[in-house]
Design a protein around this ligand. Structure first.
Ligand SMILES: [Zn+2]
Length: 226
């Protein structure tokens, strides 16, 4: 199994940071991806990252923010779909690391918690999402755990959204939102040594649980009643 890690956004994309500027989503997500990659590779897993640089190559940059965003997403999706063609769609999974925001107004907000998104419909991505959600439940401390966000309307804890990277890819793809960049307590925790380790660890554990369960064809938590 090839694990493809997705980094979030670009340095040139405005907003996407804590109101005090301490946490930038594009930087934090890349740090989490690097931490997860190092741990998984250390245990012998095959890992690649969809886009490591902080910004697009200069020749792809444009003052048109919308166009630049389309170019960024196309770059990511083309890369992972090519890996899928080379490896087979049953041998690739994709996890994209984001940090949530309640507003885009540069103010602090009350919303907090961790959640995971998949594309609409029942696919293997739902199993991957459930593995990650259970790992978040185990690894986040109580006050953050109590804010673990879930949408149980379809019987599992992931949210569903037609996000570009989730619907344009052909293999299990999920996007995690690790707490909120505009909640003070969440930002303090995310930037703490303890928080950084917990965020990396929960993704490592969730990914390994999915790979091991998929190889056995065994997803026992479907029996769990939440
Ligand atoms: Zn994001």
């Amino acid at each position: 199994m090839l694990v493809v890690l997705g980094t979030p956004h670009r340095l040139r994309e405005l907003g996407k940071q804590s109101p005090d500027g301490r946490l930038r989503e594009c930087v934090y997500g890349r740090q989490v991806a690097a931490g997860v990659a190092a741990k998984l590779q250390g245990m012998g897993y095959r890992v690649m990252t969809d886009y490591e640089p902080m910004d697009l190559p200069r020749e792809m940059q444009t003052p048109n923010a919308r166009l630049e965003r389309q170019r960024e997403l196309a770059l990511r999706v083309n890369f992972v779909n090519e890996l899928c063609r080379q490896n087979g769609k049953d041998r690739v999974i994709y996890v994209s690391f984001h940090v949530n925001a309640a507003g885009a107004d540069g103010q602090w907000h009350d919303a907090r918690g961790w959640c995971v998104y998949t594309s609409p419909g029942r696919t293997k991505a739902d199993d991957l999402a459930t593995c990650l959600w259970n790992a978040a439940d185990r690894n986040l401390p109580h006050d953050h755990k109590s804010a673990l966000r879930a949408d149980w309307s379809d019987g599992d804890p992931d949210y569903e959204a037609k996000l570009y990277v989730l619907t344009k890819t052909q293999f299990p793809a999920v996007l995690t939102e690790s707490l909120f960049q505009d909640n003070r307590a969440d930002v303090d925790y995310l930037l703490s040594e303890e928080g950084r380790h917990a965020i990396v660890r929960l993704h490592v554990e969730g990914i390994i649980k999915y790979i091991e369960s998929a190889s056995l064809g065994d997803f026992p938590w479907r029996l769990r009643i939440y």
